[in-house]
Design a protein around this ligand. Structure first.
Ligand code: AMP
Ligand code: MG
Length: 337
Protein backbone atom coordinates (compact mmCIF):
# COMPACT_ATOMS: atom_id res chain seq x y z
CA UNK A 1 0.00 0.00 0.00
CA UNK A 2 0.92 3.60 -0.56
CA UNK A 3 3.03 5.25 2.15
CA UNK A 4 1.67 8.37 3.77
CA UNK A 5 3.61 11.33 5.10
CA UNK A 6 1.42 11.97 8.13
CA UNK A 7 2.47 15.60 8.20
CA UNK A 8 -0.10 17.26 10.49
CA UNK A 9 0.98 20.81 9.60
CA UNK A 10 0.54 20.10 5.91
CA UNK A 11 -2.85 18.47 6.50
CA UNK A 12 -3.95 21.46 8.61
CA UNK A 13 -2.89 23.80 5.82
CA UNK A 14 -5.08 21.84 3.41
CA UNK A 15 -8.05 22.15 5.80
CA UNK A 16 -7.46 25.92 6.04
CA UNK A 17 -7.37 26.16 2.25
CA UNK A 18 -10.73 24.40 1.86
CA UNK A 19 -9.46 20.89 1.02
CA UNK A 20 -10.45 17.45 2.32
CA UNK A 21 -8.31 15.38 4.68
CA UNK A 22 -8.88 11.71 5.50
CA UNK A 23 -7.79 11.17 9.12
CA UNK A 24 -8.25 8.72 12.00
CA UNK A 25 -10.25 9.29 15.17
CA UNK A 26 -10.70 6.88 18.08
CA UNK A 27 -14.06 5.74 16.63
CA UNK A 28 -13.70 5.49 12.83
CA UNK A 29 -11.80 7.40 10.11
CA UNK A 30 -13.28 10.74 9.10
CA UNK A 31 -13.31 12.87 5.95
CA UNK A 32 -12.58 16.31 7.31
CA UNK A 33 -13.05 19.84 6.03
CA UNK A 34 -13.21 23.32 7.52
CA UNK A 35 -16.63 23.20 9.21
CA UNK A 36 -17.07 26.95 8.76
CA UNK A 37 -16.45 26.90 5.01
CA UNK A 38 -19.61 26.00 3.07
CA UNK A 39 -17.77 25.26 -0.15
CA UNK A 40 -15.35 22.90 1.60
CA UNK A 41 -18.18 21.10 3.42
CA UNK A 42 -20.08 20.69 0.15
CA UNK A 43 -17.11 18.73 -1.17
CA UNK A 44 -17.58 16.19 1.65
CA UNK A 45 -21.20 15.61 0.67
CA UNK A 46 -20.13 15.11 -2.94
CA UNK A 47 -17.21 12.81 -2.07
CA UNK A 48 -19.44 10.55 0.03
CA UNK A 49 -22.59 10.84 -2.07
CA UNK A 50 -24.24 11.84 1.20
CA UNK A 51 -27.89 12.94 1.40
CA UNK A 52 -28.27 16.70 1.64
CA UNK A 53 -30.42 16.50 4.78
CA UNK A 54 -27.94 14.45 6.82
CA UNK A 55 -25.86 16.91 8.89
CA UNK A 56 -22.23 16.49 9.90
CA UNK A 57 -20.56 16.50 13.29
CA UNK A 58 -18.16 19.38 13.98
CA UNK A 59 -14.99 18.28 15.75
CA UNK A 60 -13.19 20.59 18.15
CA UNK A 61 -9.90 20.27 20.04
CA UNK A 62 -10.52 22.71 22.89
CA UNK A 63 -13.49 24.11 24.78
CA UNK A 64 -12.68 27.62 23.61
CA UNK A 65 -13.76 26.61 20.07
CA UNK A 66 -17.30 25.96 21.30
CA UNK A 67 -18.67 29.54 21.43
CA UNK A 68 -17.84 29.86 17.73
CA UNK A 69 -20.48 27.27 16.84
CA UNK A 70 -22.96 26.78 19.71
CA UNK A 71 -24.85 28.93 22.21
CA UNK A 72 -27.23 28.74 25.20
CA UNK A 73 -25.47 25.67 26.57
CA UNK A 74 -27.18 24.33 29.70
CA UNK A 75 -25.53 23.15 32.89
CA UNK A 76 -26.40 19.53 32.08
CA UNK A 77 -24.89 19.85 28.61
CA UNK A 78 -21.68 21.21 30.15
CA UNK A 79 -21.64 18.34 32.65
CA UNK A 80 -21.93 15.79 29.85
CA UNK A 81 -19.13 17.37 27.84
CA UNK A 82 -17.01 17.56 30.93
CA UNK A 83 -17.58 13.87 31.68
CA UNK A 84 -17.12 12.41 28.19
CA UNK A 85 -14.77 14.75 26.33
CA UNK A 86 -12.38 14.18 24.82
CA UNK A 87 -13.93 10.94 23.65
CA UNK A 88 -16.49 9.11 21.50
CA UNK A 89 -19.38 11.37 22.51
CA UNK A 90 -21.30 13.84 20.34
CA UNK A 91 -23.79 16.35 21.67
CA UNK A 92 -26.38 18.21 19.62
CA UNK A 93 -26.46 21.86 20.73
CA UNK A 94 -28.24 25.03 19.74
CA UNK A 95 -26.34 26.40 16.77
CA UNK A 96 -24.83 29.82 16.91
CA UNK A 97 -26.40 31.91 14.16
CA UNK A 98 -24.17 32.68 11.23
CA UNK A 99 -22.15 29.45 11.11
CA UNK A 100 -21.89 27.37 7.96
CA UNK A 101 -25.28 26.09 6.90
CA UNK A 102 -23.91 23.23 4.89
CA UNK A 103 -22.56 21.20 7.84
CA UNK A 104 -25.82 21.54 9.76
CA UNK A 105 -28.03 21.19 6.67
CA UNK A 106 -29.77 24.43 7.48
CA UNK A 107 -30.97 23.25 10.89
CA UNK A 108 -30.96 25.26 14.12
CA UNK A 109 -28.75 22.70 15.90
CA UNK A 110 -25.14 21.64 15.57
CA UNK A 111 -23.61 18.30 16.57
CA UNK A 112 -20.23 18.72 18.32
CA UNK A 113 -17.56 16.26 19.42
CA UNK A 114 -14.08 16.55 20.90
CA UNK A 115 -12.13 13.46 19.80
CA UNK A 116 -9.42 11.94 21.98
CA UNK A 117 -7.33 10.41 19.19
CA UNK A 118 -4.01 12.26 19.14
CA UNK A 119 -3.82 12.71 15.36
CA UNK A 120 -7.40 14.04 15.25
CA UNK A 121 -6.72 16.37 18.17
CA UNK A 122 -3.47 17.68 16.69
CA UNK A 123 -5.03 18.20 13.27
CA UNK A 124 -7.94 20.24 14.67
CA UNK A 125 -5.59 22.23 16.89
CA UNK A 126 -3.13 22.96 14.10
CA UNK A 127 -5.89 24.11 11.75
CA UNK A 128 -7.51 26.07 14.59
CA UNK A 129 -10.93 25.39 13.06
CA UNK A 130 -13.89 23.16 13.91
CA UNK A 131 -13.55 20.27 11.46
CA UNK A 132 -16.70 18.79 9.94
CA UNK A 133 -15.98 15.10 9.55
CA UNK A 134 -18.43 12.32 8.75
CA UNK A 135 -17.28 8.71 8.71
CA UNK A 136 -14.89 7.85 5.89
CA UNK A 137 -16.92 5.73 3.51
CA UNK A 138 -19.15 6.15 0.50
CA UNK A 139 -22.65 6.70 1.90
CA UNK A 140 -24.41 3.42 2.59
CA UNK A 141 -21.20 1.43 3.10
CA UNK A 142 -19.72 0.43 6.43
CA UNK A 143 -17.59 3.16 8.01
CA UNK A 144 -13.84 2.91 7.50
CA UNK A 145 -11.80 1.69 10.45
CA UNK A 146 -8.51 1.16 8.62
CA UNK A 147 -7.08 2.60 5.42
CA UNK A 148 -6.89 -0.68 3.51
CA UNK A 149 -10.69 -0.96 3.61
CA UNK A 150 -11.42 2.52 2.24
CA UNK A 151 -8.40 3.60 0.22
CA UNK A 152 -9.86 2.42 -3.09
CA UNK A 153 -13.22 4.16 -2.67
CA UNK A 154 -11.83 7.44 -1.31
CA UNK A 155 -8.24 7.92 -2.50
CA UNK A 156 -9.15 10.11 -5.46
CA UNK A 157 -11.74 12.11 -3.55
CA UNK A 158 -9.57 13.68 -0.86
CA UNK A 159 -6.54 15.97 -0.91
CA UNK A 160 -4.56 14.39 1.90
CA UNK A 161 -4.55 11.11 3.81
CA UNK A 162 -3.22 10.48 7.31
CA UNK A 163 -2.61 6.85 8.26
CA UNK A 164 -3.29 6.13 11.92
CA UNK A 165 -3.49 2.34 11.65
CA UNK A 166 -6.65 0.65 12.87
CA UNK A 167 -9.05 2.82 14.82
CA UNK A 168 -9.53 1.80 18.40
CA UNK A 169 -13.30 1.62 19.07
CA UNK A 170 -14.55 0.77 15.59
CA UNK A 171 -18.11 2.14 15.79
CA UNK A 172 -19.06 5.80 15.53
CA UNK A 173 -19.62 8.12 18.48
CA UNK A 174 -22.65 8.15 20.75
CA UNK A 175 -24.90 11.03 19.65
CA UNK A 176 -27.14 12.67 22.26
CA UNK A 177 -29.44 15.62 22.52
CA UNK A 178 -30.75 17.17 25.71
CA UNK A 179 -34.46 17.98 25.46
CA UNK A 180 -36.34 19.40 28.47
CA UNK A 181 -33.62 18.25 30.85
CA UNK A 182 -33.63 14.68 29.47
CA UNK A 183 -30.78 13.09 27.57
CA UNK A 184 -32.01 11.41 24.41
CA UNK A 185 -29.56 8.93 22.86
CA UNK A 186 -30.00 9.40 19.11
CA UNK A 187 -27.21 7.03 18.10
CA UNK A 188 -25.66 4.53 20.53
CA UNK A 189 -21.89 4.23 20.80
CA UNK A 190 -19.06 3.44 23.20
CA UNK A 191 -20.45 5.86 25.78
CA UNK A 192 -23.45 3.85 26.94
CA UNK A 193 -26.77 4.71 28.58
CA UNK A 194 -25.29 3.42 31.83
CA UNK A 195 -22.28 5.74 31.46
CA UNK A 196 -24.60 8.72 30.96
CA UNK A 197 -26.69 7.65 33.95
CA UNK A 198 -23.69 8.39 36.15
CA UNK A 199 -24.35 12.06 35.27
CA UNK A 200 -28.18 12.13 35.27
CA UNK A 201 -30.95 9.61 35.81
CA UNK A 202 -32.95 11.16 32.96
CA UNK A 203 -31.67 9.17 29.97
CA UNK A 204 -33.72 7.70 27.15
CA UNK A 205 -32.83 5.69 24.10
CA UNK A 206 -34.53 7.13 21.04
CA UNK A 207 -37.12 4.75 19.58
CA UNK A 208 -35.35 4.88 16.24
CA UNK A 209 -32.18 3.26 17.57
CA UNK A 210 -33.49 -0.28 16.98
CA UNK A 211 -36.61 0.61 14.99
CA UNK A 212 -37.16 1.10 11.30
CA UNK A 213 -37.59 4.63 10.05
CA UNK A 214 -39.58 5.65 7.03
CA UNK A 215 -37.56 7.70 4.52
CA UNK A 216 -40.14 10.49 4.65
CA UNK A 217 -40.18 10.65 8.45
CA UNK A 218 -38.76 13.70 10.20
CA UNK A 219 -36.34 12.37 12.82
CA UNK A 220 -33.96 13.90 15.36
CA UNK A 221 -30.96 12.05 13.96
CA UNK A 222 -31.38 12.23 10.20
CA UNK A 223 -28.53 9.80 9.53
CA UNK A 224 -30.40 6.95 11.19
CA UNK A 225 -33.03 6.67 8.49
CA UNK A 226 -30.75 5.94 5.57
CA UNK A 227 -29.63 2.58 4.24
CA UNK A 228 -26.40 2.14 6.11
CA UNK A 229 -23.54 -0.30 6.48
CA UNK A 230 -25.27 -2.82 4.25
CA UNK A 231 -23.26 -5.20 2.08
CA UNK A 232 -24.75 -6.11 -1.33
CA UNK A 233 -25.24 -9.67 -0.08
CA UNK A 234 -28.52 -10.36 1.70
CA UNK A 235 -27.79 -10.35 5.44
CA UNK A 236 -29.95 -11.66 8.26
CA UNK A 237 -29.44 -10.94 11.94
CA UNK A 238 -30.36 -13.68 14.40
CA UNK A 239 -30.45 -13.24 18.15
CA UNK A 240 -31.48 -15.17 21.23
CA UNK A 241 -30.60 -14.66 24.87
CA UNK A 242 -30.21 -18.45 24.97
CA UNK A 243 -27.06 -19.53 23.13
CA UNK A 244 -28.39 -23.00 22.22
CA UNK A 245 -31.48 -21.46 20.64
CA UNK A 246 -29.29 -18.99 18.79
CA UNK A 247 -27.10 -21.69 17.25
CA UNK A 248 -30.16 -23.81 16.37
CA UNK A 249 -31.85 -20.87 14.64
CA UNK A 250 -28.71 -19.94 12.69
CA UNK A 251 -28.44 -23.55 11.48
CA UNK A 252 -32.14 -23.62 10.60
CA UNK A 253 -31.86 -20.46 8.48
CA UNK A 254 -28.63 -21.75 6.92
CA UNK A 255 -30.43 -24.88 5.64
CA UNK A 256 -32.79 -22.72 3.58
CA UNK A 257 -29.97 -21.46 1.34
CA UNK A 258 -27.37 -22.99 -0.95
CA UNK A 259 -24.35 -20.77 -0.38
CA UNK A 260 -24.12 -19.53 3.18
CA UNK A 261 -21.72 -17.40 5.20
CA UNK A 262 -22.06 -17.16 8.97
CA UNK A 263 -20.67 -14.28 11.04
CA UNK A 264 -20.20 -16.13 14.28
CA UNK A 265 -18.90 -15.35 17.72
CA UNK A 266 -15.62 -17.11 18.54
CA UNK A 267 -17.45 -19.33 21.02
CA UNK A 268 -19.87 -20.70 18.42
CA UNK A 269 -17.65 -20.81 15.32
CA UNK A 270 -16.91 -24.54 15.62
CA UNK A 271 -20.65 -25.29 15.71
CA UNK A 272 -21.08 -24.23 12.09
CA UNK A 273 -18.98 -26.92 10.49
CA UNK A 274 -19.40 -27.17 6.71
CA UNK A 275 -20.29 -23.48 6.38
CA UNK A 276 -18.07 -20.54 5.57
CA UNK A 277 -17.52 -18.60 8.77
CA UNK A 278 -16.15 -15.19 9.73
CA UNK A 279 -15.21 -15.08 13.41
CA UNK A 280 -16.40 -11.67 14.68
CA UNK A 281 -14.79 -12.04 18.12
CA UNK A 282 -15.80 -13.26 21.54
CA UNK A 283 -19.35 -12.69 22.80
CA UNK A 284 -17.74 -11.80 26.10
CA UNK A 285 -15.52 -9.15 24.57
CA UNK A 286 -17.65 -6.46 22.93
CA UNK A 287 -14.57 -4.29 22.49
CA UNK A 288 -13.13 -6.94 20.18
CA UNK A 289 -16.38 -7.29 18.23
CA UNK A 290 -16.82 -3.53 17.75
CA UNK A 291 -13.18 -3.09 16.78
CA UNK A 292 -13.60 -5.49 13.84
CA UNK A 293 -17.26 -5.26 12.92
CA UNK A 294 -17.14 -2.81 10.00
CA UNK A 295 -14.14 -4.54 8.49
CA UNK A 296 -15.96 -7.88 8.81
CA UNK A 297 -19.08 -6.45 7.15
CA UNK A 298 -16.91 -5.23 4.29
CA UNK A 299 -15.60 -8.77 3.73
CA UNK A 300 -19.06 -10.30 3.21
CA UNK A 301 -19.38 -9.43 -0.49
CA UNK A 302 -16.07 -11.18 -1.29
CA UNK A 303 -17.60 -14.53 -0.40
CA UNK A 304 -20.17 -14.88 -3.21
CA UNK A 305 -22.92 -16.37 -1.05
CA UNK A 306 -26.74 -16.23 -1.12
CA UNK A 307 -26.97 -15.15 2.48
CA UNK A 308 -24.81 -13.95 5.35
CA UNK A 309 -26.30 -14.91 8.70
CA UNK A 310 -25.03 -12.72 11.52
CA UNK A 311 -25.15 -13.79 15.16
CA UNK A 312 -26.54 -10.98 17.28
CA UNK A 313 -25.42 -10.04 20.76
CA UNK A 314 -27.38 -8.75 23.73
CA UNK A 315 -28.55 -5.23 22.81
CA UNK A 316 -27.69 -3.67 26.17
CA UNK A 317 -24.74 -1.55 27.29
CA UNK A 318 -22.16 -1.27 24.52
CA UNK A 319 -23.93 -4.19 22.80
CA UNK A 320 -26.70 -1.79 21.77
CA UNK A 321 -24.26 0.22 19.63
CA UNK A 322 -23.09 -2.93 17.84
CA UNK A 323 -26.64 -4.22 17.32
CA UNK A 324 -27.75 -0.81 16.01
CA UNK A 325 -25.12 -1.12 13.24
CA UNK A 326 -25.88 -4.80 12.56
CA UNK A 327 -29.62 -4.27 12.27
CA UNK A 328 -28.96 -1.65 9.61
CA UNK A 329 -26.42 -3.85 7.84
CA UNK A 330 -29.23 -6.43 7.63
CA UNK A 331 -31.75 -3.79 6.49
CA UNK A 332 -33.92 -4.76 9.49
CA UNK A 333 -34.09 -8.44 8.53
CA UNK A 334 -33.87 -9.44 12.20
CA UNK A 335 -35.12 -12.57 13.97
CA UNK A 336 -35.26 -12.89 17.75
CA UNK A 337 -35.95 -16.40 19.09
P1 AMP B 1 -21.44 10.40 10.60
O1 AMP B 1 -21.22 11.73 9.99
O2 AMP B 1 -21.42 9.31 9.60
O3 AMP B 1 -20.58 10.12 11.80
O4 AMP B 1 -22.90 10.51 11.20
C1 AMP B 1 -23.20 11.61 12.04
C2 AMP B 1 -24.54 11.37 12.69
O5 AMP B 1 -24.86 12.49 13.51
C3 AMP B 1 -25.65 11.21 11.68
O6 AMP B 1 -26.52 10.18 12.13
C4 AMP B 1 -26.31 12.57 11.72
O7 AMP B 1 -27.66 12.52 11.34
C5 AMP B 1 -26.14 12.97 13.17
N1 AMP B 1 -26.19 14.42 13.33
C6 AMP B 1 -25.29 15.32 12.88
N2 AMP B 1 -25.70 16.58 13.15
C7 AMP B 1 -26.87 16.47 13.78
C8 AMP B 1 -27.79 17.42 14.32
N3 AMP B 1 -27.59 18.72 14.24
N4 AMP B 1 -28.91 16.93 14.91
C9 AMP B 1 -29.13 15.61 14.98
N5 AMP B 1 -28.31 14.66 14.49
C10 AMP B 1 -27.19 15.08 13.90
MG1 MG C 1 -21.41 7.57 8.57
Amino acid sequence: MKQFENDIEKAAQIIKEGGLVLFPTETVYGIGANGLDDEAVKKIFIAKGREQDNPLILHISDMDMLPQIARNISELEYKLMDAFWPGPFTIVLEKKPGIAMTATCGGSTVAVRMPSNKIAHDLIKASNLPIAAPSANISGKPSGTNLQDIIEELEDKVDYIIDGGETDIGVESTVVRVVDGKVDILRPGRITKEDIETITSQVEIDKNVMGQIDASEKVLSPGMKYRHYAPKTHCKLVYSKDNEKLVAEVLKVAKEYKKVLILSSTENASRYEGYKVIDIGSRNNLTEISHNIFSDLRKIDDFDVDIAIIEGIEPTGFGLAIMNRLIRACEHDYIVV
